[in-house]
Design a protein around this ligand. Structure first.
Ligand code: LMR
Length: 336
């Protein structure tokens, strides 16, 4: 064989070996940061999105999930998303006020939702979409709403009547509506990142908090709180968000795959949320580390009466029309 033919053959073989490697582009990496553990409705939703996105894109997308504030805490993660250091988050809807999008705090009005179905009338309808659209001026695109569940009070004192909470330092998420809610029962609200709550409870920096049972259980708050009152006075749900520039810059076929994966992960997260919270209640009960208190309908009515005062006070903050629109959708009557 002549040298020329050999050189050509070598060239062809080399090209065959090298080409597929060169053609194989590096995957698109999506960093999905969140603050709860993987064993929560949000944690499981994020893991499901990762699974579906990677499978359906045949590895062209890689989703790296960073749970339990392992990458960023509450406030930092929103900054990181805007800077493009991470591509996806699912903050609770109570955390957009500091970003300048106050309207989301309407979700925090105490007792505005009696059931998850009422909440879904908002999140799956035009009001929910209108609120997500408000994030766009901040460079953020809202992709979906995910459920967690109803909030319960925890403290080192048994909370049965509104007056029992007077003077207690209560950790809240960064929401002015939650601040007003706590002040309506003469408690002292303290805004604090989720990842810091356990230690604050343990060291007495706060006396108590409000959270969902799945969050209480997976963060072990029940180990450092003597009582949990099943108050169901408010709700925690999430907006799954991405950096708009990043999302818009994705190849159209990949964006389509990710939209589909998000739709199915949303269904998964919302399907399991109630059971996750029911199981957490069971786990907390079994641990024997805290006492679980229930309220009679009359006691519930007292809490509601005291806290609903905050609705009027917050009209200026979140918008009287928006509050009315929520009432209309959920059937809430402030005079009942
Ligand atoms: C909290 O800060 O208590 C919650 O928003 C945490 C979460 O993401 O569920």
């Amino acid at each position: 064989m002549s040298h020329t033919i050999m050189a050509r053959l070598f060239g062809i073989v080399a090209a065959l070996v090298v080409l597929p490697v060169a053609a194989q582009q590096a995957p698109i990496v999506i960093k999905f940061s969140h603050v709860t553990t993987s064993e929560t409705p949000k944690g499981k939703g994020a893991d499901q999105f990762k699974k579906l996105a990677e499978e359906r894109s045949n590895g062209r997308v890689k989703v790296e999930v960073y749970p339990n504030s392992s990458l960023y805490k509450d406030k930092e993660e929103l900054e990181a998303l805007q800077l493009g250091a991470v591509q996806m988050l699912a903050p609770s809807v109570s955390k957009f006020g500091p970003l300048g999008v106050r309207e989301f705090e309407v979700f925090d009005l105490p007792y505005i939702f009696d059931s998850i179905e009422e909440m879904h009338r908002i999140t799956e309808g035009p009001l929910g979409q209108m609120l997500l659209n408000k994030l766009e001026v901040r460079g953020i695109l809202g992709l979906a709403y995910w459920d967690n569940g109803f909030k319960q009070m925890s403290a080192n004192r048994p909370l049965k009547k509104p007056d029992d909470i007077r003077g207690l330092k209560l950790r809240i998420q960064s929401s002015k509506v939650l601040e007003a809610q706590m002040r309506s029962v003469n408690a002292l609200p303290q805004v604090m990142a989720f990842s810091e709550v356990y230690q604050a409870m343990q060291t007495g920096v706060v006396d108590g908090s409000e959270n969902t049972l799945s969050n209480i259980y997976t963060q072990k708050h029940h180990e450092v709180q003597k009582f949990i009152t099943l108050s169901d006075h408010g709700y925690i749900g999430y907006a799954v968000i991405t950096n708009k520039k990043f999302w818009d810059g994705l190849p159209a076929d990949i964006r389509g795959i990710l939209d589909g994966a998000m739709k199915d992960a949303t269904k998964h997260a919302n399907d399991i949320a109630k059971k996750e919270n029911d199981d957490a209640l069971e786990g907390i009960r079994k641990s024997g580390k805290t006492q679980i208190l229930t309220l009679t309908p009359a006691e519930k009515a007292e809490w509601k009466k005291a806290m609903v005062k905050s609705h009027r006070q917050m009209e200026e903050r979140v918008g009287a029309d928006l509050i009315k629109a929520f009432y209309k959708e959920t059937g809430f009557d402030p005079n009942k």
